[in-house]
Write a protein of this length. Sequence first.
Length: 514
Amino acid sequence: MTVLLTARQMRDAEQAAFASGAATGAELMERAGEGVVSALLNSWGELAVVPSRAIILCGPGNNGGDGFVIARLLARRGWAVRVFLLGQADGLPPDARLNHDRWCTMGDVRRLPFDTPPQPEGPSGVVVDALFGTGLTRGLGPEVAGVLESLEAQGFEGWYRVAVDLPSGLCADSGRRITAEDGTTAAFRADLTVSFHAAKLGHYLDEGAEFCGALAVADIGLSPEATPELVRLVQAPALPLGKRGGHKFDHGHALVLSGGFGRTGAARLAARAALRVGAGLVTLGVPGAAQMEVAAQITALMMRRIEAADDLAQMLEDRRLNALCLGPGLGADRARELVPAALAAGRATVLDADALSAFSDAPDALFSALHPGCVLTPHGGEFARLFPDLSARLSGPARRGPAVSRVDMVRAAAARAGCTVLLKGPDTVIAAPDGDAAVHAAVYERATPWLATAGAGDVLAGLICGLMARGVDPWRAAQTATFLHVEAARHHGPGLIAEDLPEALPAVLRGLGA
Ligand SMILES: NC(=O)C1=CN([C@@H]2O[C@H](COP(=O)(O)OP(=O)(O)OC[C@H]3O[C@@H](n4cnc5c(N)ncnc54)[C@H](OP(=O)(O)O)[C@@H]3O)[C@@H](O)[C@H]2O)[C@@H](O)CC1
Ligand SMILES: [K+]
């Protein structure tokens, strides 16, 4: 299991190593520096062959200490190294001071921001940002922002940019840039970020991936963590996704409620996704006026007329209908009519799109009807309508580090709703009401910007519904569906439209050994 740590959890891991005698701070710092050097040599092979030049910016804490180790290791490889320190050597914590002093036997240290700003001194090289890492408590002031700007000036175009642990200015817990008192919101923009022991939430959430560039995690010999509040990074599902015998009713029967005439496409997309992910049967619940339209478009999918709440309640007397999906193209009036009846039936239920927006005026009425078998799948706008106070905490500037994160807010939303909440985005956050949280990241090598296309969200809702019809619990269904959704988009590639997603699933499932 890959976990994403907060700054505090990282410090706890470090303290545990000190307490058990497994490592000293100086040893961890040495390994951190070695990790950065080997990651940068691996990333850009030519640097491993011919010594280059480096500009290393060291901050006033242990992130700066890592910078001094990197300076020493690169200089030993024959690199031309210039080191800059923000603040005074006297103020450095002990391990950083030790490495500062070791470096001083090999080269000089210039002061930031007073000395002349760093100059490129050659067409190529590496800029190393070791100003701030997990200890960032406030935004970068104008002086530091000015230094970062000077490193983007003319002459640095051919230079690689490496951040130690985190790009300075970026919050380890939230992936948000911290805003300084004067309103400056600066951060180092890296090509490669090298972190230690485990990735931090901030590498994946919000603006994290944009500022990190690529991400490498160096092993510095700390023990794996096992605290329950850890956030996991969603990866290939451990569930058996293939069918192992049985007939169609053994794999569940999903019901997807459709909107009216001319608005049935979204529900049909969701239904097809539910069928492709393995639900044994999928029925579309359609108002009379739209039946001809739907009938002309479906084959393996089934259809039943559902006009009003009574029709739905009557249909749900059939206990074999075990998972519901409401929202895609449903329309606000129909959502207000059908959602209470669906929730009263106590089935596994996905609420998306209109089924969420229809309750913007009275979210508490929705929350009181929800049950643990539900999954809400809002995008940012729908989340803001249902949880305006939580959303507002993410939309204003972050003034202090560590800042409140999307994980914090989705956890709070799940606790309030009493069910699983999935906030969509390239950094999808999924939280369960008991506080479990996971991040699904479609960033770095899994970036799929072409997934931002009409109807993609409807397919996701259908995948969750289909998995729940197969008996997967809401928490795992939300994670597995998100993973499959992005894998389908990756399999198809650019040019993707929502219709392609269900059609890409067989290849994705086969690739996962289903
Ligand atoms: N934990 C581990 O296991 C390992 C950790 N390691 C490394 O240590 C790093 C964490 O070190 P750290 O805790 O010393 O914090 P760091 O990021 O260097 O900064 C703290 C200093 O910056 C200051 N400061 C903050 N914001 C500021 C601002 N905007 N403008 C100006 N100043 C600001 C802050 O001042 P204060 O807030 O106290 O006033 C304090 O002086 C971690 O990222 C990793 O690289 C590795 O060696 C391997 C093992
Ligand atoms: K840094």
